[in-house]
Ligand binder design. Structure first.
Ligand code: GRF
Length: 223
């Protein structure tokens, strides 16, 4: 990763609407994050995240996973695109593919993911529905270093929201997404600044090993 002096180049991997991408674009634009988004790469065509990139004059690329018979061929194509772009950091933002250990190894300690649950609970899909079905009173989102394990990898930060009796999947998802848009840019900024590091698969914050993931304090109160 580039030292403090040079600006970090961030590649954002997307698959859908790109609301997390937008929050990162906005924070970079407000120069809260000392970095530039060198490219947005989607594994699917015609997703709104690509439109968001174009509107922000960011290179929007499609490496369509469905045309590759095997994951290894898709990853080869993705690595080829990344080789051109030379990112310092890779940010998976609503990216719906599981990347192999071989791929991750190319960017160990420099590839982040965000997941809409309080990991390690509820890895995988339909997290809000599952949290409601389980009767959870707390739910939220997690930022972690990506690994080959689905929604696995060393945890950096989590943000919690209260689950309301009146919540359904949509209302809960919306409040969690608002928290995602807070913690993801912050974790990216801290990675760029060297405030968080991955060493021997453990997360260090300000050079102290994290025994527990950080918790985002500004939970949006349930009025
Ligand atoms: C978000 O909840 C994200 O955590 C999950 O997909 C949802 C949509 O993300 N992976 P985005 O709006 O495409 O950033």
């Amino acid at each position: 990763m580039a030292e403090q002096a040079s600006v970090n180049r961030i590649a954002v991997l997307v698959s859908g609407g790109g609301s997390n991408l937008q929050s990162i674009i906005d924070k970079v634009h407000e120069s809260d994050i000392a970095a530039e988004i060198c490219c947005v790469i989607s594994n699917r065509k015609e997703v709104y995240a690509l439109e968001r990139a174009r509107k922000a004059n960011i290179s929007a690329v499609v490496v369509e996973s469905r045309i590759y018979a095997e994951r290894s061929l898709f990853e080869q194509a993705l690595l080829g695109e990344l080789k051109k772009q030379q990112p310092d950091i890779i940010v998976m933002a609503g990216f719906m593919r599981v990347l192999s250990a071989e791929f991750i190894a190319h960017y160990s300690g420099r590839i982040l993911n965000i997941h809409p649950s309080l990991l390690p609970d509820f890895t995988g899909l339909h997290t809000h529905q599952r949290a409601l079905a389980a009767g959870r009173k707390r739910h939220g989102c997690s930022v972690h270093f990506a690994s080959a394990e689905l929604d696995g990898g060393p945890l950096i930060m989590r943000a919690e929201v209260a689950v309301l009796d009146t919540d359904n999947e949509e209302t809960l998802a919306l409040r969690v997404l608002q928290q995602e848009h807070e913690i993801y840019p912050l974790c990216i900024q801290w990675l760029c600044e060297g405030k968080i590091k991955l060493r021997n698969n453990e997360v260090f914050y300000c050079n102290e090993k994290l025994l527990e993931p950080l918790t985002w304090q500004n939970e949006i109160d349930c009025k």
